[in-house]
Design a protein around this ligand. Sequence first.
Ligand code: ADP
Ligand code: MG
Length: 257
Amino acid sequence: MSELKIRGLRVSVEDKAILKGVNLTVRAGEVHALMGPNGSGKSTLSYALMGHPKYEVNGGEMHLDGVDIMEWSPDERSRAGMFLAFQYPVAIPGVTLANFLRTALNARRKADNHEDKGIPIPEFRKLLKEKMDYLGMDHSFAGRYLNDGFSGGEKKRAEILQMATLEPKIAVLDETDSGLDIDALRTVSEGVGALKGPNLGVLVITHYQRMLNYIKPDIVHIMLDGRIVESGGPELALQLEEQGYDWVREKYSKIAI
Ligand code: ADP
Ligand code: MG
């Protein structure tokens, strides 16, 4: 069973300390929601988890299945089974979603076996169709250029399809804090609902309480000023929905920075 374990993670961006000691464990089979006000460091955590070079790790530990991955490149982390859905995915005109997915899948296969010649195209087409049918997506979607002119909901749909195809062990989905429409919310939550299972651990990052109307997380965390200050069950989500973040700020206002 897969496990991502983070201990005392400290991260800075452009010499500004953002994460100030994050502890978090996500296991396969669990859906975690990471909530918190804007600017609390949620996206910074997702970038640090994926190994973005701009996010400097100043301390702490990061283990995937007991292996220290802190020095690993984003590519190595991905091949080891981590998946990060970017908050602002880039558009690649000229590259279809299907081609992109096949390239990504082949990179994964080659990492597992150097001899691998890549998935045969008919087999890939079959796989992609199965995944799209399972997720209720129109087959024409895979023929579109990656994120080119995609709506917020379509970008999320592309991410979910990528996740379904690559079958990661641990997926981190960071929600955009602006322009997130109901369509996108529903796509992510239905996708997570469809893909969740004993072999997948999910960390959904969101600012919005309303996200929790769609995703039913097993464990809810609240991040405030670069730390996870509260963790609990779904009841924590209900409390946030009713009371917002003010009580959290009040409770932790005395913590020194
Ligand atoms: P959240 O996702 O919770 O809204 P972020 O992780 O995006 O929070 O941001 C946390 C803090 O880090 C903010 O003060 C933000 O201005 C700063 N920050 C994040 N990314 C960058 C960056 N690339 N360059 C400069 N500052 C950044
Ligand atoms: Mg963010």
